[in-house]
Design a binder for this molecule. Sequence first.
Ligand code: ZN
Length: 320
Amino acid sequence: MSGSRVAVGVDIGGTATKAALVSETGTISHRTEHVTDPDAGTKGIVAVVEEMMTVAEAAGLEVVGVGVGAAGFIDFASGSVTFAPNLVYDDPAIGAAVEKVVSVPVAVDNDGNAAAWGERTFGVAPGANDLVLLTLGTGIGSGIIQNGRLVRGHTGAGAEFGHTIVEVGGPQCGCGLRGCIEQLASGQAIERMAREAVVDDPASSILDFATSPEAITGEDVAKAAREMDGTARAVLRRAGTYLGIGMSNIANLFDPEVIVLSGSVVGAGEPYLGPARDTLAEMTASQKRRPMRVVLSTLEFDAGIAGAAALAFDKAGDQV
Ligand SMILES: [Zn+2]
């Protein structure tokens, strides 16, 4: 009956709380999605878990565990949020709140960690024991697997690549520091750099796609770059170069087998990814390191759900 065993995977971000049932081979079914209530993030998680348990029972599927990938610093052992700059949880003890409504093991981890575990279990890097995943979206998240284990740190605040500094005295970051890579290579960084750049180049085709400089999105910059707009390409080149510098730092810290890139900014394509790869290649060559393998996620926006479920299967297996 192993074909009927599933885990509930939950992925909670600033805008949406998504969940689904995930089979042991990574097949995702019975999806649901709700708007995240910034004042009741934990209640939202509990609600989708209860919804998924009902759906699974009706479908005759056995739920063996529940996994939650949540934005913020997470203490994996207790399943609690210790710090969440962009999201307000009404109850930081997410694991305990979910355990009140289910009788199966519950795993709660940072969304970047869950996504990394998802790529290793069901995605682009099966079984990779040394993997670093970067989620390049509005911000930059990360998950680091070393020797087959997720790097979480002493309090769950580790593996926060987005808040490593790549420019001394650079732009202010929401975390309290300046010059974090999140402020120089993410979607919000591209938007800010484009707003600044169109002041000097008001003829840029970026403004053909955005209604005003304030309304510029990363997607507008990507579209203009595809039309060979010089200003748009310069913005993406700058952001991609910082990403390459960041990946060189990763190579020096972890020497991973593979770096997996995911998130909406990957959609900007070669004008962004090309300079990132080139910068990384130049830096690794300067050090006479082996060339680093950089691949794009195959799970894409499902990595959070699939990874949370993979963590749940593992936790359920541990308790057999
Ligand atoms: Zn920061």
